[in-house]
Design a protein around this ligand. Sequence first.
Ligand code: BMP
Length: 248
Amino acid sequence: MFGWAFTRGISWLIDRARRINSRLILALDVCRRSGVSPRDVRVAVENLLDGLRDYVVGVKIGLPTILSLGMDSIREILECYRDYYFIADLKIADVGHIVRTLCSYADYMGFDAVIVHAVIGRCGGLDEAVNEVHSRGGAVFSVCAMSHRGAEEVLNRNFSTLVKLSMDAGVDGFILPATMPEYITRARRIIGGSKIILSPGVIAQGASIGSAIKYGADFEIIGRGIYAASNPIEKAREYSQKLKWYSG
Ligand code: BMP
């Protein structure tokens, strides 16, 4: 359908992390609210991206920002900031043809990777995402546990099954909660060192900086702790100092 963007794999992400010596991923959930126009949102996004290059390895952009700006605006932004690794947080949970369409939209916008819910299962679900994204050269991260309390009611109870089926489907990495870091340790036991773990829930949701890395994550994802700070660039600098790629 579309296709020019999914050209940089996980190795590009790791190379960049090494280059800038950081394990920090920004959750860019800057979005429209009353009195804030799409133009204002775009300026805020571009100001952040201009200032965070030295500290932030990758940028996770989710539906609030994509819906606020629209796909073509996101595509223009991603084209201008190719020094970041971009992850489409579409949290895909749907049937095969919709999964494939959403993955192709992520490709169109210029993302390097897509986040998919493992709970949809493999056949007609995760397999479709992995095939679609891998055929275009991108990466898939699967959600196998979440960071909010309600996740313990259903999703997180199926954690081991979700991790195993994600491995069988051939995903490139996992999204696991910093607020419940025991899932990170458990995932590492199942997956070994071969896959990447990105961990949200740091600062605004209560997990302390560096804790998910200690439990075995590769990167920590921080949103409000950076973009809602009075000085986002200073905060990102401070956090990246605590999340160095090379310890010591
Ligand atoms: P914040 O640092 O502002 O709490 O943002 C966390 C980001 O990580 C949000 O984009 C959210 O959608 C995402 N996220 C999460 O918080 N918990 C999860 O379990 C999975 C997520 O993707």
